[in-house]
Design a protein around this ligand. Structure first.
Ligand SMILES: [Zn+2]
Length: 155
């Protein structure tokens, strides 16, 4: 499994931001598929980071998140993207595409609900509304009461 795939979604994204904002100060190849570099952390600390592309879990960073654990942190991802800028752009494109896809799916779902509700009969609507009011969150019930049954003061 590649280094990027071992990173959590949050670490991958933060790593991309670190790379883009120039937090990787320098790096060099130390061996085949191995690089080391200096990455500035969020607290201003400078971390010595080593990534091993053949054995990503052997990558090292002294940050609190990764120290002593075999995980891929944002500093490792930032270093990786500095070494392979085209991978960074591929990654960014995939994130944007996934977001657009999720937005489209949400929009389709909302349109389907709107169309369905538009076809419901009055009795069905009443039942659905009561169910939503009694089984939904309390704030929703209270708001309905405030907006429609003013004589019952919920406060
Ligand atoms: Zn780290």
């Amino acid at each position: 499994m590649g280094l990027l795939n071992l990173a959590s979604a949050a670490s991958a994204w933060r790593g991309y931001e670190y790379y883009k904002s120039g937090k990787v100060k320098r790096y060099r190849e130390t061996d085949d598929d191995q690089y080391e570099g200096q990455v500035i952390g969020s607290n201003g600390a400078s971390y010595q980071v080593k990534i091993n592309l053949e054995h990503p879990r052997s990558s090292q960073c002294a940050c609190p998140h990764a120290a002593g654990r075999r995980i891929v942190c944002k500093h490792m991802v930032a270093l990786y993207f500095s070494v392979f800028p085209e991978e960074a752009e591929d990654y960014y494109r995939e994130v944007i595409e996934a977001e657009e896809m999720a937005e489209q799916e949400q929009e389709q779902l909302e349109n389907a609900v709107i169309a369905y509700v538009g076809k419901m009969k009055k009795a069905e609507l009443q039942q659905a509304l009561l169910q939503t009011l009694f089984e939904g969150p309390e704030w929703q019930f209270e708001r309905f009461v405030c907006e429609n049954l003013g004589e019952y003061d919920m406060r």
